[in-house]
Design a binder for this molecule. Structure first.
Ligand code: ST9
Ligand code: ZN
Ligand code: ZN
Length: 358
């Protein structure tokens, strides 16, 4: 059974891969998305997580203070580097490789991505990819783990503070994840996660600055570990919250995921979320967006050059155009002020402040 096996049920609201699509331009035949808010339900809080995330954010704030007042430059640079590799572990690894199979990777690259992914500590990639497949296939229903119709807070962090809706588990169990289970690198990560994760996300990032450049323990722990980890988490969560709320919808105006440049910058190219929900099998997760706004694409292209990444899938301009014309909100390809397709009425009525007098 392939991950698209549920495409015939009328509950699914999104496609997972190219075979899932029922229309020539990558959509479902009938409109199955519904933007209405989720029905209210009693959330069962998990107090262990509430406490842990509250403490984490308090520690991260103290870390931010230490970063500007007392940490060494090397420690800040080290924290930034860990953020970068964590993001590659999530974007190029858990997301584009494992959840969506947008490209294939040889063993050495899979091992690198697994290590980077473990530094990010967003739970093992097998479970991350499983939840993410459910997110796409049943987007913005109760089966979506971070159902954005429950509000910004829920889709950002709230979903990690309470028990999952039974639909998440029920629908998730029906999805095929045999490819994930068969990957020995993911098996290894899952089996040793309780050793690897604390070591790579917390212990080594704290010890390395102390050992190599004599950083104080407090700076090391609060800046390189607590602040870096919390910042990385929040940047990832913004894809679920902000990029499911704000931005244009050039490819499908009937869904909430949107093109959010701010998120794309911090999430290494994962903010082009309207495109991504319409064409989730594209390794670039975007139509436009250069390497500056899509580091993860640059990362995959680099490994494609040396042969470790291959079978990179992308959508043809013709199909994209067709879909944008059929279901988009009319903002397709508008890169900014002065674009040749910009609406004249929009230009005429734009407010320009501090206008230069000639
Ligand atoms: C974290 C994850 O932060 C962040 C993910 C973000 C996703 C972003 C997506 C955006 C995409 C874009 C790319 C990213 C770009 C990044 C750029 C960045 C700059 N199907 O889970 P349990 C089973 S993690 C099938 O305990 P509860 C499960 O196997 C942070 N089955 O549910 C288990 O069965 P068994 C660190 C499923 O009890 C049973 O159900 N981690 C599914 O409701 C119970 O599972 C944490 O803080 C499924 N989908 O608890 C931990 N799901 O027993 C957070 C579950 O047989 N998590 N099952 O094995 C938890 O504590 C808990 O999961 C819970 C729910 C409290 C939230
Ligand atoms: Zn999404
Ligand atoms: Zn995705």
């Amino acid at each position: 059974m392939s991950p698209n096996a549920l495409s015939s049920t009328n509950l699914c609201t999104g496609v997972l891969n190219e075979n899932d699509a029922e229309t020539i331009d990558g959509g479902l035949l009938e409109e199955r998305t519904h933007l209405k808010s989720a029905e209210k339900r009693q959330l069962k809080l998990v107090w262990r997580n509430v406490t842990a995330f509250a403490l984490l954010h308090i520690f991260a704030l103290y870390g931010a203070w230490l970063m500007i007042t007392s940490a060494k430059f090397y420690t800040i640079f080290f924290a930034y580097s860990l953020y970068v590799v964590s993001m590659f572990g999530i974007t190029a690894g858990a997301h584009r490789l494992w959840a969506h199979r947008t490209y294939k990777a040889k063993l050495p690259l899979r091992i690198i991505l697994m290590i980077f992914n473990t530094i990010a500590f967003q739970d093992c990639a097998m479970h991350w990819a499983r939840d993410h497949r459910v997110h796409h296939k049943f987007s913005e229903t109760d089966a979506d783990p971070h159902n954005a119709t429950r509000g910004f807070f829920f889709s950002h962090i709230g979903w990690l503070l309470c028990r999952k809706h039974p639909d998440v588990i029920a629908k998730g169990r029906q999805l095929d994840i045999s490819d994930l289970k068969a990957d020995p690198v993911l098996q290894f990560q899952r089996k040793y996660y309780n050793i690897l994760m604390p070591l790579l996300c917390f212990i080594l990032p704290t010890i390395i600055p102390m050992y190599f450049w004599d950083e104080y323990f407090l700076n090391s722990w609060f800046v390189a570990t607590m602040f870096r980890y919390t910042f990385t988490l929040n940047m990832t969560w913004l894809v679920n919250s902000a990029a499911h709320a704000w931005g244009h919808r050039p490819y499908d105006k009937n869904i909430n995921p949107s093109e959010n440049t701010g998120v794309a910058i911090f999430a290494f190219g994962e903010g082009w979320h309207n495109y991504h929900h319409v064409f989730p099998w594209d390794y670039k997760t975007a139509e436009l967006g250069n390497y500056r706004l899509n580091f993860a694409t640059a990362f995959i292209d680099f490994f494609a050059k040396i042969g470790w990444a291959y079978d990179l899938k992308t959508v043809s301009p013709e199909i994209i155009k067709r879909r944008a014309q059929r279901t988009g909100d009319g903002t397709h390809n508008l890169w900014g002020w002065g674009d040749k397709d910009q609406d004249q009425v929009e230009i005429d009525h734009a407010t320009i402040v501090n206008k230069k007098e000639y």
